[in-house]
Design a binder for this molecule. Structure first.
Ligand SMILES: [Zn+2]
Length: 483
């Protein structure tokens, strides 16, 4: 590390918005279904028409409490909503209902991994708020200079999760977002998909000289819609701020947009950076009271969380920690692993199969409506376990299964992939191979022992990879030793 590199320190804080997967909006009964024609999922409440009164969605409150409990937050006994006032074309009310000084959850943490070590990142707050609508421009069907407005998103429930500025590198920030994503999915409260906008992320970053007491100005980066974009934007911003620091220039606080296509940031228009929001408490909603009973009820219904699942997998299935982490990344993946293990009675075979073979087809398979492939995989692995099928053949069948959507048995019959484990037949084949390779045999007998592998290769080639490797090795060794 260059001398100069040691002299600075990176501080990153994240603000994440997770879209809750409730059936109706935060303050009205409009549906939240994605992809409906513009302005078809609205009502006087979310359109902000005069006299319409908001009614809080109980399910959204429960989701917020769930995440708060999972992140060991303090859950407020009484929480209040506020109006955040600003003008924007896709915000017909002229304000957004959010929470300001009394959020539902405060002071928790989420554990991440940094250079292989565990590290707790403090969560400052988690609060509920409604989304705004969507302005549509720069699309082929929109005349230039025109903006169309779709208010379907108005009132969609969001959870805002705010970390303390404790992240020290782009890697840590990416790991945090991944673990947040995982948590939201385990709790089944959000799809948490960055690319589809159901998880959105802003990052605050400042670079300081290592001995600086106070943080210097910071940059807030918006529009980070993938983990790659998050990492790239942070790396870009660190480099930019470092250059400024080392050239002795002053950094100004700014809000910028990340442009992933051109790998650069651009400053937002001034009206978007205005921080004068004029918060005041929402007069149409009573303070939200959260009873101890409700918290207890939610606590009793909490699913097994990622860290608990990993611990259990280590103990119950004797997996390595790295494998347990991979297998518990999403609930469907973890469930599938456990289901297959139960079917075939072999956790180590199931985990090896999941990680080496299944993952490359995971998206394809999980997106299929009919899940008959689960049974097919169990059948396939039972054949491997009973040594009726080699790993190589099983792999071949599996890829065909995914493409052709046929059962393993059909493919096996068609391709004659059954493992050759008939001892007499195998011995016959091996003797023939030795016969046909007299020169190699002579060399082997003269002391060139690595030629053993040459014979193994010949056996595999002659049997199209179907020979049971253990048995073939044993027979070959016995024949060669007896010569
Ligand atoms: Zn509505």
């Amino acid at each position: 590390m260059a001398e100069r590199e040691k002299k600075y320190r990176v501080t990153i804080g994240l603000e994440a918005h997770a879209q809750l997967n409730t059936k109706s909006k935060l303050f009205c009964s409009c549906p939240t279904k994605f992809g409906a024609p513009p302005n078809t999922q609205t009502c006087p409440v979310c359109l902000g028409l005069p006299g319409a009164l908001p009614v809080l969605n109980k399910k959204a409150v429960e989701s917020a409490i769930k995440l708060g409990l999972a992140m060991k937050c303090r859950i407020a006994k009484e929480s209040i909503f506020a109006r955040k006032n600003y003008f924007y074309p896709d915000l017909p009310k002229g304000y957004q209902i959010t929470q300001f000084d009394r959020p539902i959850c405060e002071s928790g943490f989420l554990e991440i991994k940094s250079n292989g070590k565990k590290k707790k990142i403090s969560i400052g707050r988690i609060h509920l708020e409604e989304d705004a609508g969507k302005s549509i421009h720069n699309e082929p069907f929109v005349p230039s200079e025109a903006t169309l407005i779709d208010l379907n998103r108005c009132g969609i429930p969001l959870l805002e999760i705010v970390t303390e500025p404790e992240l020290r590198s782009p890697d840590e920030a990416v790991d945090f977002v991944q673990r947040l994503q995982q948590m939201l999915r385990f709790l089944q409260i959000s799809n948490a998909n960055l690319e589809q906008g159901s998880l959105r992320c802003d990052a605050n970053i400042s670079v300081n000289t290592a001995n600086a007491r106070e943080l210097s100005a910071k940059t807030e980066i918006k529009n980070l819609n993938s983990l790659k974009a998050l990492a790239r934007a942070l790396v870009h911003e660190i480099e930019r701020q470092k250059k400024l620091i080392f050239s002795g220039k002053v950094l100004n606080s700014a809000t910028v947009l990340w442009d992933d296509k051109n790998q650069t940031t651009r400053t937002m228009r001034s009206k978007e950076t205005a921080h004068d929001y004029r918060y005041f408490s929402e007069p149409d909603l009573l303070p939200l009271k959260i009873s101890a009973d409700l918290i207890k009820k939610i606590e009793s219904q909490m699913p097994e969380l990622p860290s608990a699942k990993i611990a259990r997998f280590l103990q119950e299935y004797q997996l390595t920690e790295a494998d347990a982490e991979i297998l518990t990344l999403t609930p469907p993946r973890a469930d599938l692993f456990e289901w297959i293990t139960k079917q075939i009675g072999d956790a180590s075979l199931a985990s090896k199969w999941m990680i080496q073979e299944f993952l490359r087809y995971e998206n394809n398979l999980f997106s299929q409506k009919k899940r008959t492939w689960e049974i097919d995989i169990a059948e396939l692995l039972t054949l491997v376990k009973n040594q009726k099928l080699s790993w190589r053949a099983a792999k071949e069948i599996f890829s065909e299964m995914v493409v052709a959507k046929k059962s393993p048995h059909e493919i096996m019959k068609q391709k004659q992939l059954f493992q050759l484990s008939d001892e007499a037949k195998l011995e016959e084949i091996i003797r023939r191979i030795i016969d046909e390779n007299q020169e190699a045999l002579a060399q082997y007998r003269a002391g060139k022992k690595p030629l053993f592998h040459y014979f193994v290769g010949q056996i595999m080639q002659k049997t199209g990879g179907r020979a049971d490797p253990k048995m073939a090795n044993k027979i070959l060794r016995a024949i060669l030793d007896s010569m």
